[in-house]
Design a binder for this molecule. Structure first.
Ligand code: SF4
Ligand code: SF4
Length: 356
């Protein structure tokens, strides 16, 4: 792999401009109180100090996208015959996501097992995934909602990234993680990192060390199954939830969607949009029956999916990257760590107690 490079803060904009000349660059920018990923415009300042409010999920999996568009054409020779023309919708643009944190990229590894699985491959997702590079910034100080080190990651985790940038005094050490990432280092604005690479390694180790001991969520896989029918437990932990859905929309690993068809005369489109399992409508059936009728059922599913059902299907991998966005953004402070911890510690009532 290419040798580590260094770029000083005063050359960062010029490097981004260079990269933006070769591909679309998406970078974190401030919008009011929020930091969001948006197309980079030449010379623009990027917000790298604060973790983005939303992860870069929508770059590869848009909040709403056309799966297909179609035109109906009546055959003028035979008015009883209608031809349907399908119009192409997959046209991914080479893209660099600059400035995500490791957890935001790790979310795509959870997606990959579903949309690039053995039995199903999603062409829309895969086309964008293939066209997208990630230049990730190592975190120096975990926020109090962060727990990436408890779900198999770390503040300096480069898994899934193409470049890893580690902030050191007055600039960044930039290391290629993939061959595509190495091509981004071909710039006269970058210089050999030399001894600064050791400084960067020490920075990442310190950040991990300061997070303290990781919590072992492994036992949750079985424990959440045992608690499946204990609705008293789920009613208790979901009591304050207001079913707003912020936790799902901001989650880097939530991949559920809904599909709707929209017609306008002889043209139409099939649209895929993010869906939200915390909403009553998510499982509402046409008959009116709802298998998850209460918020207790829905929170049970969300937590169970991430810490038990997904790991059961995917080699024990927890479908949560520990970013803490659901914790920070929940208006009533529902904390998924607390729920899983409580579930792991939960003891079923003694037989005589249960019989009362
Ligand atoms: S469940 Fe919460 S902490 Fe885990 S990845 Fe989703 S938003 Fe982040
Ligand atoms: S963000 Fe909080 S209140 Fe909103 S649905 Fe999620 S857990 Fe419930």
């Amino acid at each position: 792999m290419a040798e580590a490079k260094y770029i000083s803060n005063d050359k960062l904009t010029a490097w981004l401009d260079e990269l933006a000349g070769k591909m679309r660059v998406i970078a974190p920018t401030r919008q009011g109180d929020a930091v969001v990923f948006a197309p980079y415009a030449s010379g623009q300042s990027v917000e790298l100090a604060q973790e983005a409010t939303a992860p870069p999920k929508s770059v590869v999996f848009p909040a709403s996208e056309d799966l297909l568009r179609y035109d109906y054409r009546k055959n003028p020779e035979n008015l009883g015959q209608v031809d349907v023309e399908l119009l192409p919708t997959i046209s991914p643009e080479p893209t660099l996501v600059f400035g995500s944190r490791p957890c935001g990229v790790r979310g795509f590894l959870i997606f990959d097992r579903v949309y690039d699985g053995a039995t199903y491959k999603d062409p829309y997702y895969l086309a964008r995934r293939e066209a997208t590079l990630f230049a990730t910034i190592a975190c120096g100080q975990a926020e109090n909602a962060c727990f990436c080190h408890s779900v198999g990651s770390a503040p300096g985790d480069a898994t899934g990234s193409d470049l890893l940038l580690t902030p050191i005094a007055d600039g960044f050490v930039v290391e290629a993680v993939s061959d595509k990432g190495a091509q981004c280092l071909e710039s006269s604005l970058l210089e050999a990192a030399g001894g600064k690479a050791d400084e960067a390694k020490a920075f990442r180790e310190k950040a991990l060390q300061e997070m303290g001991e990781p919590q072992d969520f492994g036992p949750a896989q079985q424990k959440l199954l045992e608690l499946f029918d204990d609705m008293g437990f789920w009613e208790d932990v979901s009591a304050k939830c207001i079913s707003c859905g912020a936790c799902t929309y901001l989650c880097p690993t939530c991949y559920c969607f809904n599909i709707t068809d929209e017609n306008a005369g002889l043209t139409g489109r099939r649209v895929r949009s993010w869906d939200n399992c915390m909403s009553f409508q998510f499982t509402l059936e046409a008959s009116g029956h709802n298998p998850r009728p209460t918020k207790a059922h829905r929170l049970k599913n969300r937590v169970g999916h991430k810490f038990s059902y997904y790991p059961n299907l995917h080699d024990g991998i927890i479908a949560c990257c520990g970013c803490g966005r659901c914790i920070k953004s929940c208006p009533v402070s529902v904390d998924i760590r607390e729920i899983v911890t409580k579930a792991m510690a939960h003891q079923p009532p003694a037989v005589e107690e249960a019989a009362k």
